[in-house]
Ligand binder design. Structure first.
Ligand code: UT7
Length: 336
């Protein structure tokens, strides 16, 4: 059976760096509070005047991934784009990116699974490859959060967390008997917690979809029950990791590096302790980027490869939880 192999990765962060001290000038918060509660020191945001959408960030990351894979855009037979911050309401950024890559008919699919968008996207790519529907897939995770944040004390619990960024993977189906590629996949959703992290407006269930009153109340900004999500993450991430390990017939000691979603440094440290892992086996970059949602795991993967923490023969565990709620884990083994 075909295995899904990562042929190239790339990341792109917009150049505007916003520090915690910058935010403290705009709302009642402090570098100390943000660092202590989340680990975040700074994040990248797109230009304040706008004009940059998630497909633009995705394009830059895609160009790098294609280059590293030695592929041209024309080699792609499928595009999967994961984001919660599409350039416009519809069509989704997958189509916009396809056009920006100069392609004419390559199919493009959008994934709306928020912080687990990358995990759902990777599992979808693997299924397309195994079913024979596609063989060379571009998977992108990209977010522009900054234009959707309440830059005031009212929105501070959410605003200080999120950053903009993108990453892309070139994935190829390869016929091999080697035990490589996606060794196990566990995906979950629990819609009963949908209101724990959501952006309500514009809403198709309201007519009109956006009103002055909804704007005044800030209902077009994300709202979050951070405490509950934190509690759920700390319980479910180790459960999911153990399920992934069992399905792949592996022990935690077989994992060379865990690449978790970057939502909160404390969540990932709690995961590390629950799994009895040494510090160096769990990758963190939230300090520099904040939470980039669908982009966070692939940005971290790209950095970990660049830092030579993982490479030929390595086994990695991707894991994350976020809005939906959705959560999941994937174990991937690089070929030798
Ligand atoms: O990837 C998406 C999934 N999301 C997550 O995984 C988020 C998980 N949750 C979290 O990361 C944390 O819950 C937060 C970082 C969001 C919040 O940390 P917390 O320790 O749960 O703080 P809290 O919400 O209980 O707030 C504590 C206090 C409150 O003040 P009072 O009521 O104690 O007077 C807040 O009003 O901190 C206040 N606060 C802030 N103070 C300074 C909330 N946000 C801020 C802020 N700066 N930015």
């Amino acid at each position: 059976m075909k295995k899904t192999i990562i042929r190239g990765t790339g990341r792109y962060l917009p150049s505007r760096v916003v520090t915690n001290d910058d935010l403290a000038k705009l709302m009642e918060t402090s570098d100390e509070w943000i660092k202590q509660r989340t680990g975040i020191e700074k994040r990248h945001w797109t230009p304040e005047e706008g004009g940059v959408g998630s497909s633009d960030l995705g394009l830059e990351a895609a160009k790098i991934a294609l280059d590293r894979a030695g592929w041209k855009a024309e080699d792609l037979d499928f595009i999967i784009f994961a984001t919660l911050s599409p350039d416009i309401y519809f069509p989704g950024p997958g189509c916009l990116l396809q056009h920006k890559l100069g392609l004419f008919s390559t199919p493009a699919l959008d994934i709306r699974q928020q912080c687990t968008g990358f995990l759902y996207g990777l599992a979808t790519a693997d299924s397309y490859i195994k079913s024979g529907l596609a063989n060379k897939i571009l998977l992108v995770g990209a977010e522009v959060h900054s234009t959707g944040l309440d830059i005031s004390t009212r929105g501070r619990d959410v605003t200080v967390i999120f950053g903009d960024g993108a990453a892309a993977l070139c994935l190829e189906g390869v016929e091999t008997d080697e035990n490589v590629g996606l060794l196990s996949v566990s995906l979950y959703a629990e819609g009963k917690y949908a209101d724990n992290l959501s952006t309500e407006f514009p809403a198709s269930r309201c007519n009109p979809r956006l009103t002055e009153e909804s704007l005044r109340q800030g209902l077009h900004y994300a709202k979050m029950d951070g405490k509950n999500i934190f509690k759920l993450a700390v319980r479910r991430l180790p459960e999911t990791a153990n399920k992934c390990l069992k399905d792949a017939n592996l022990l935690i000691s077989d994992i060379d590096l865990v690449i978790p979603h970057q939502a909160n440094l404390r969540i990932n440290q709690a995961f590390q302790q629950a799994m009895n892992l040494p510090e160096e086996k769990v990758f963190h970059n939230i300090q520099r980027y904040g939470n980039t949602t669908a982009a966070s795991i692939p940005i971290a993967l790209d950095e970990a490869i660049e830092m030579n923490l993982i490479g030929k023969g390595s086994t990695v565990l991707f894991i994350g939880l976020g809005a939906g709620l959705t959560w999941g884990g994937i174990i991937y083994k690089f070929p030798k």
